[in-house]
Design a protein around this ligand. Structure first.
Ligand SMILES: [Zn+2]
Length: 282
């Protein structure tokens, strides 16, 4: 068992499967065991393989070469089916009731899906809304809480999406964050195990879906007092989600900050605009 850098002590690992060829059909995303016809990415293996999603989770927010944790890449996904397919091939199906079964899987088991993209878009949009609520709570900004009002907050429940009511006041936000996280992490189990070679105890988490793994990663950063933020589009940022441990960070990267500065200088209306500072944690 490998040492995963998620907690300070102990051995921890989790497993998921990726490498299915993915395509969007009339009812939703389908996965096939066939060798992918195109080598769209370097990451995709030739056949489905078990991997540890936590190899793509970086506790400091960014990994080697500035790579972001996979859950943030998920939040950044555009609504375009092709980009979503590539992501699902790289990291595996989002929901997989039968866990790790090496057979063709279908992602949508939800009743009467009118739109094949609905399932996965619901998952992405709710995930983004949670990140925005986390930011709203951290910075005590009701404008961010109001921003997600148009997005249904859907949590998976026995193969169905169930909506939960939006928070309308700042004091309600933490209760909603807790509710979404606990619903999404439902069914997560802890398995202690003894490594035969090292004779050391470790543990393994089992998850019902890749989506729950993403929620768990988000929570780990929340627990470690990270600030979840979105690069401010209104201030010439790129709109990407990121996590930082510096309260003063506004942009997702140094490059983005520099680009925004140049664009602000060129903007004839710049005098009327100011960077909205991030308030400190309550
Ligand atoms: Zn940015």
């Amino acid at each position: 068992m490998r040492n995963i850098r998620v907690v300070d002590k102990g051995n921890q690992s989790t497993r998921w499967m990726r490498g299915w060829s993915c395509s969007l059909g009339k009812e939703g995303f389908h996965y096939f065991l066939n060798t992918p016809q195109s080598e769209k990415t370097q990451m995709i293996p030739k056949r489905p393989v078990v991997y540890d999603p936590f190899d793509y989770y970086y506790p400091k927010g960014k990994g080697p070469g500035g790579k972001k944790s996979v859950y943030l890449l998920f939040a950044d996904l555009p609504d375009a089916p092709e980009a979503i397919c590539t992501f699902l091939e790289d990291y595996g199906p989002l929901h997989l009731a039968g866990l790790l079964k090496a057979e063709a899987q279908q992602i949508v088991n939800f009743q009467d899906p009118p739109d094949p993209l609905k399932d996965v878009l619901s998952a992405i949009h709710t995930f983004r809304a949670l990140l925005t609520l986390c930011q709203g709570h951290n910075e005590q900004r009701i404008d961010l809480v109001n921003q997600v009002k148009g997005i249904p907050l859907l949590v998976a429940n026995q193969g169905q999406w169930k909506p939960i009511p939006h928070p309308t006041q700042l004091k309600e936000v933490q209760t909603k964050i807790r509710l979404i996280l606990s619903r999404q992490l439902e069914g997560m189990t802890f398995v202690p195990c003894l490594d035969k070679d090292t004779k050391c105890w470790g543990h393994r988490w089992t998850f019902r879906s890749l989506l729950s793994i993403f929620y768990y990663m988000l929570f780990l950063d929340l627990e470690r007092a990270g600030y979840h933020r979105q690069c401010p589009v209104a201030e010439y940022g790129c709109g990407a989600f990121f996590v930082t441990w510096r309260a003063s960070t506004v942009y997702c990267s140094e490059q983005c900050q520099k680009r925004a500065k140049v664009r602000r200088m060129r903007d004839p209306d710049r005098k009327s605009r100011t960077i909205s500072g991030n308030k400190k944690r309550p």
